[in-house]
Write a protein that binds this ligand. Structure first.
Ligand SMILES: Cc1cc2nc3c(=O)[nH]c(=O)nc-3n(C[C@H](O)[C@H](O)[C@H](O)COP(=O)(O)O)c2cc1C
Length: 358
């Protein structure tokens, strides 16, 4: 496989380049009869759109989606759904200056080694713009999950060393009203300060995004090579700039005793009740019925305004100064992308489970 598709039964194929004509998605395997229109997709794309917020880029795109196929009389037909978003605000000229130099932290060097040449205008396929496809497909996956009562909630957990601590599930439900997608107002103020300082110095900063799936039934996930946690980790790790994924207590599990990390179980009104959720809602690659909780480590945006050492295509030492419009912190814009990828992993697991048990 050339790596542009995700999922088995509900399959997303993403296409397009950052500075090409358009980006888009083909979703194959969506069950027929789902009510779907462009507004459903647009609502999700608007959450990811560039051009807003202090952490974001100044690139202005309306990101207007057009559904080309697979929907008739407001319902999915069971045939491939093609969605396209035309690129509007490319400023490729800025990239001329760096077309023979590899941007440190970006994918120019590795694309060049792999293919022999690369689309230097904004990173081509390795651009964050590719995530339009994921969010568009994720919007359909979210609708299917929503019909089963499953909700996906994402938020910015940390930017740099500033972590959000005090918030409720209600705060998460209105996260898109908040510029930084941070549910803790006190932490958000500090994050804003940090972003301003970082921007003023021509630098960028990383952070942590958390994604939760609420009301997931027990039993989703295919042992052993397609464990639900491995599917979710793969889905999230496939997002640009993500350098780590943890499920539940994640790396903290490595520092704890079994007595602390095990989620003890009691019976309550004829049902199992877990006394904690260090497993992040997954045991043996199968959902427990608790909330699924995943966190991703997002690296600082590679394109920074500071002068850096790099090499040219002819492998000579040089320096690079990147202009262009780049996010100071990618985390707020990754929230809807991470939600979409979790939704895509879960919708596949949900459809697979229908074939496993009567
Ligand atoms: C939503 C989103 C927006 C991004 N915006 C930028 C950006 O403005 N500038 C930049 O240099 N990288 C940006 N990136 C990160 C690069 O795409 C990514 O770091 C690069 O492809 C290298 O891949 P890797 O970090 O996964 O190794 C963005 C990524 C995402 C997911």
């Amino acid at each position: 496989m050339a790596g542009n598709s995700f999922g088995n039964l509900f399959r997303l194929t993403s296409f397009g380049e950052s500075h090409g004509i358009a980006v888009g998605a083909i979703v194959d395997g969506c069950p027929a009869g789902l009510e779907l229109n462009e507004a459903d997709i647009q609502a999700e794309l608007d959450k990811r759109k560039p051009g807003s917020g202090i952490a974001g880029t100044k690139r202005k795109e309306s990101d207007t989606v057009k559904i080309l196929s697979g929907v008739f009389e407001g319902k999915t037909t069971g045939t491939p759904i093609c969605m396209v978003v035309y690129n509007e605000d490319q400023q490729s000229a800025g990239y001329e200056l760096v077309k023979d130099k590899f941007r440190p932290g970006h994918a120019d060097y590795t694309y060049f080694k792999k293919y022999g040449f690369y689309d230097y205008r904004g990173g081509g396929r390795s651009s964050g713009r590719e995530t339009v496809a994921r969010v568009a497909a994720g919007a359909i996956a979210k609708k299917l999950l929503d019909n089963q009562g499953i909700k996906i909630l994402g938020f910015v957990k940390a930017i740099g060393s500033i972590e959000c601590k005090e918030f409720s599930e209600k705060d998460l439900e209105k996260i898109y009203e908040n510029e930084l997608r941070c549910p803790d107002a006190k932490a958000e103020e500090k994050m804003k300060e940090l972003i301003k300082e970082t921007k003023a110095s021509g630098n960028s900063i990383g952070g942590i995004v958390e994604i939760r799936a609420v009301n997931v039934p027990a039993g989703l996930g295919e042992p052993v090579f397609e464990k639900l946690d491995s599917q979710i980790a793969g889905a999230l790790m496939g997002i640009g700039a993500v350098k780590g994924v943890e499920i539940g207590s994640g790396f903290n599990a490595a520092r704890s005793f079994g007595s602390e990390n095990n989620d003890q179980i009691i019976a309550e009104k004829g049902n199992a009740k877990f006394l904690s959720n260090n497993a992040g809602g997954i045991l043996g690659g199968i959902s427990t019925g608790q909330d699924i909780i995943a966190r991703i480590a997002v690296k600082p945006t590679p394109s920074i305004l500071k002068k850096q050492k790099t090499i040219s295509k002819s492998i000579e030492n040089t320096e690079i100064e990147i202009a262009g419009r780049h996010d100071v912190c990618i985390c707020p814009r990754i929230v809807p992308v991470a939600e979409a990828m979790l939704a895509l992993a879960l919708v596949n697991a949900l459809l697979e489970q229908k074939a496993r048990k009567q």
